[in-house]
Ligand binder design. Structure first.
Ligand SMILES: [Zn+2]
Length: 441
């Protein structure tokens, strides 16, 4: 088992399936080769499971279980983000080389490691002649990194077939070491919701004209003022339920003086919110909707006054807030009727999945394979394909069963991405256990 999952991941990493919003720039041949490689590495899976293609290269496999009452969807994605040629990778990002007990390369953690581990689990069970207690679906998207259509198409197929997943599991959390100051144990963080991604554009218009005769309050000045006003009006902060639950579960592992405090996290929400706000941008983002002014544009020439000035705002909408509420907040903060607010991209936060039976199964499997970890729900800051599945399932969780150090987590979408060989093998074991533990009717 060890050899196959390692060899498989190495082979997948060597095929640069880089996604791009511009379809003409995608190497479709690489995606074709990746699908062929997957079929070579996991022949039984491809022989026995029913396959539906979604999007250009997305795969939706159906493994019929003893029952179809509580179907499960295991998700991962086949595409990766590009590699910055200037970044100081220690090893070839598309080499899939093994150094110091780890497999190196783009996609080892995000997210080909999950693809390989899921396939390994299924292949092993098939070899052992096992049938899962419940239907198992594998949904592998091909355009997650560019918010493509494969995942929504997979959801449409499942909906057409009347499938209401009992559990959906996608990337997101991990067995995260060094995640919380003062806590030695790694956290097994399971994303129970994710923030929504929304982009707005502030637009100011004016007469423009020659730069030698400027008028006061032109479009650029108004846009600058608007950005500053937005920055001075942060969204109200309030730690949501999953964040409070995380604090409650951490409490017994913290130094004595703070223990009783955090044990009553739910009663002390305002205190905890203040602590998180003070603990830096990452912790603060766990408590509220955030806004970043990103793109800016004005006049195309140094001696021309802009007739239109624009600022892009990238907003991560916290569970509990809505896109409409966000637009309202920004409009009030800007307090300038002459500025138009265009919604470029609208994404609501995902509903919070409950901590009932399906969650407890994930938790129990973490306890078995990673007994040292503290399993806990949390709010994910980034977006995953699984958000589309909230349309057909109440139970959507984001967790990859891999140990990741802080340095490894920072390498995702950056350089020196790598996964421990033993961690990959344990991840495959975790998925296998999850399938074995699916409830009987
Ligand atoms: Zn990913």
């Amino acid at each position: 088992m060890t050899d196959r999952v390692v060899t498989a991941l190495q082979a997948l990493v060597r095929i640069p399936t880089v996604s791009d919003r511009d379809a003409s720039r995608i190497d479709t041949d690489a995606f074709d080769r990746l699908l062929a490689e997957l079929a070579t590495q996991f022949p039984l899976l491809h022989e026995r499971l029913e396959l539906t293609r979604v999007g250009t290269h997305g795969l939706l496999f159906h493994w019929a279980g003893a029952s179809a009452e509580k179907p499960v969807v295991l998700m991962a994605h086949l595409d990766v983000v590009p590699v910055d040629g200037e970044a100081p990778w220690q090893h070839d990002p598309f080499g899939g080389e093994i150094h110091d007990g780890a497999i190196w390369g783009r996609g080892t953690l995000d997210d080909k490691g999950c693809v390989a581990a899921i396939c390994e689990a299924v292949e092993s069970l098939l070899e052992a002649g096992q049938t899962p207690a419940q239907d198992v679906w594998l949904s592998f998207g091909c355009d997650e990194e560019v918010s493509g259509t494969a995942a929504p198409e997979a959801v449409a197929v499942l909906r057409d077939r009347g499938v209401t997943p009992w559990l959906v599991l996608d990337e997101g959390g991990a067995i995260a070491g060094g995640a919380f100051p003062g806590v030695k144990a790694p956290l097994g963080v399971i994303g129970v919701t994710e923030k929504g991604t929304t982009s707005l554009e502030l637009v100011a218009e004016g007469r423009g004209g020659h730069a030698s005769t400027p008028a006061r309050n032109g479009p650029t000045a108004r846009i600058a003022r608007a950005i500053l006003r937005v920055e001075k009006s942060p969204f109200p902060a309030s730690a949501p339920a999953p964040t409070l639950e995380l604090m409650r579960r951490l409490a017994p592992h913290l130094p004595l003086p703070v223990r009783p405090l955090l044990g009553r996290a739910d009663q002390l929400a305002p205190v905890i919110t203040r602590v998180l706000l003070a603990a830096g941008p990452e912790a603060a983002a766990m408590t509220r909707t955030t806004v970043a002014a990103t793109t800016l544009s004005g006049s195309p020439a140094l001696n021309v006054i802009a007739s239109t000035a624009k600022a892009g705002l990238n907003i991560r909408v916290m569970v509990g807030d809505t896109v409409a509420g966000v637009v309202d907040h920004i409009r009030k903060a800007v307090a300038d009727e002459s500025i138009r607010i265009d919604v470029v991209e609208s994404g609501e936060p995902s509903p919070v999945s409950p901590m009932d039976e399906p969650f407890q199964l994930v938790e129990a499997c973490i306890g078995e394979v990673f007994p040292e970890a503290i399993a806990t729900p949390y709010v994910m800051m980034a977006a995953t394909d699984s958000r589309h599945f909230t349309a057909i399932s109440e139970h959507v969780y984001r967790f990859a069963p891999f140990r990741m150090t802080k340095a490894q987590r920072q390498a995702i979408h950056s350089y020196d991405e790598h996964i421990g060989v033993a961690d990959l093998v344990d991840g495959a074991r975790w998925y296998q256990l999850l399938i074995e533990r699916l409830p009987h009717d």
